[in-house]
Design a binder for this molecule. Structure first.
Ligand code: PNS
Length: 160
């Protein structure tokens, strides 16, 4: 199958995101990871930092490229020639929001399909927000994020 986009704020990228993106590369010829500016979410990391961290974490995946976007997701997907939006689904709590976004995106562009991938069990309850909270209080996040992100979180929170 040709091109899929995998969108998110990636503030920061976690092993759960990595797992979904890697699994997407087994199905699609090319995967475009779209990093949304998401200013309303007041990200911890700037868009530039998120691009850097995500690019580093994904550099082993040769069919993946990382791009920023600050427009509608459907427009970003079209611009990249993608026919599919990949979203990871964790606990049931994700469902309502993702269901809404999938339907709105379908309404905006009926040629685009949203495909949901179940999170792997070990990442079912993992989120960027939880990672930031744990890191902020000096907790160990090495099971949850790639090494480059762990180091950057420590630097951000002035920890050794
Ligand atoms: O990782 P997140 O923050 O849950 O990702 C949300 C994201 C970036 C996928 C979503 O906010 C999005 O698609 N933003 C782009 C703007 C857009 O198209 N909004 C309408 C979608 S219903």
């Amino acid at each position: 199958m040709p091109i899929a986009v995998c969108p998110g704020s990636f503030d920061p990228i976690t092993l759960g995101h990595l797992d979904i993106i890697e699994r997407a590369t087994y199905i699609y010829d090319s995967v475009v990871v779209g990093i949304a500016g998401s200013p309303s979410k007041k990200p911890l990391f700037s868009l530039k930092e998120r691009l850097e961290l995500t690019g580093e974490a994904l550099k082993g995946l040769k069919t993946v490229k990382v791009e920023p976007f600050d427009r509608l997701l459907v427009e970003f997907a079209k611009k990249n020639g993608a026919g599919v939006i990949i979203k990871g689904l964790r606990a049931i709590s994700d469902f309502e929001h993702e269901f809404q976004m999938a339907h709105l995106n379908k309404n905006l562009d009926s040629s685009l399909e949203t495909v949901f991938m179940m999170a792997s069990p070990e990442f079912m309850f993992l989120s960027s927000s939880a990672v930031k909270e744990i890191a902020q209080y000096g907790g160990n996040v090495s099971d949850f994020v790639p090494a480059n992100v762990e180091a950057r979180l420590r630097a951000k929170y002035n920890q050794r």
